[in-house]
Design a binder for this molecule. Structure first.
Ligand code: AMP
Ligand code: MG
Length: 334
């Protein structure tokens, strides 16, 4: 372990506030995170931001103590500059500005989506993957072309995780619903779509999930078994993602698929990606689950890469960018 050169990463794009670390050689250390889980309803951006501000101090203290570090060991602060919910992003950016100013160390604002790719590359040892980024708010198929990570396909409406969460919520399951949908899908033993076929929306390279959400919600209201709907919902929605990911591999000629985002924790999605890749001589990679969900460590890792390329963010340039796109950010590292 090296004593200095640590980069602290701050993640705050939506429901989760998280601090993570990489050491001077870019090696990741697990994050300390807190996720808001409202008893009912969805994530309210302002309440999430309040949660972030309230939990920040304790999370940072816990992380530094766990690694036997003090603030003086930190050499830079990385934070999620976008995309995300504005009040939530602001909480993270304020923490970054405060720490950077108080400790007189540089800060670096990074692209949250790109951070998912970079932690996955580091963890899985893959080099030039197509990323299937399946999270709460985002669903994109991304790959590196001509100095940027380009979006080859994406959802035209809601993110796949958001769809799973809303479906679960309409059945009385609080956020995050995705893991519960996975558990209930496993309880359904029939391996056939006869019970319930749902809308399957792939338009070229793009996806959409609001239609399947409405149909699945209606089906449970009409008395179809909840387990059956969970199973069918996963089969349809994941197959659509895997179809687009496969076409991205075919078009780009790449041979590595990488999963990222909270929905990438799902074992069935992982399995479907492995089957598709095996069939076409490609390889599917999935990072440990703690690095699939939003986490501060991935922000620290991308910050470390960007700092290594000579980039820093000045105070005047540190405003949040809620609509930041994956392909807005130039790649200045290997
Ligand atoms: P993120 O936005 O990347 O932090 O991921 C959060 C999203 O991942 C939420 O929508 C969760 O419901 C979803 N999620 C987490 N674990 C699973 C799982 N095992 N299966 C499906 N979705 C999941
Ligand atoms: Mg995310």
């Amino acid at each position: 372990m090296v004593d200095d050169g640590w980069v602290l990463g701050i993640e705050s794009t939506a429901h989760t506030f998280s601090f993570g670390l990489v050491d001077g050689e870019g090696k990741p250390y697990p994050s300390e995170s807190s996720t808001i889980s409202p008893a009912e309803g969805g994530i309210h951006p302002r309440k999430a931001a309040e949660h972030h501000a309230e939990t920040a101090g304790e999370l940072l203290a816990r992380l530094l103590q766990r690694e036997g570090l003090g603030k003086s060991n930190l050499s830079a602060i990385a934070f999620s500059q976008g995309p995300g919910l504005a009040p939530c992003l602001r909480a993270g950016a304020s923490a970054a500005r405060t720490l950077s100013t108080a400790l007189a160390i540089p800060m670096i604002g990074v692209n949250h989506c790109v951070a998912h790719i970079e932690i996955g590359r580091e963890q899985c040892g893959c080099d030039d993957p197509v990323l299937l980024y399946a999270s709460g708010g985002n669903t994109q198929v991304i790959t590196r072309l001509a100095g940027k990570y380009r979006v080859l396909g994406e959802t035209l409406d809601i993110g796949i995780g958001n769809m799973l969460d809303k479906f679960a919520r309409s059945n009385g399951i609080p956020f995050p619903g995705g893991p519960k949908v996975e558990q209930h899908a496993l309880l359904w033993n029939e391996d056939s779509l006869d019970e319930l076929s749902l809308p399957y929306v792939v338009q070229g390279m793009d996806l959409a999930f609001s239609g399947i959400l409405t149909a699945a919600t209606k089906a449970t209201r009409n008395g179809t078994s909840f387990d059956a709907v969970c199973w069918s919902l996963q089969e349809h929605a994941f197959a659509a993602c895997v179809e687009v990911a496969e076409r991205a591999l075919a078009h780009s000629g790449k041979t590595e698929l990488l999963l990222g985002g909270g929905v990438a924790c799902n074992e069935r999605l992982r399995e479907m990606c492995e089957i598709m890749c095996a069939e076409r001589g490609a390889k599917s990679y999935a990072p440990p689950k703690m690095y699939c969900v939003d986490n501060g460590t991935m922000i620290a890792r991308l910050g470390w890469l960007e700092l290594g390329g000579g980039r820093v963010t000045s105070l005047v340039d540190s405003a949040i960018i809620p609509t930041l796109r994956t392909d807005d950010s130039e790649i200045i590292w290997a």
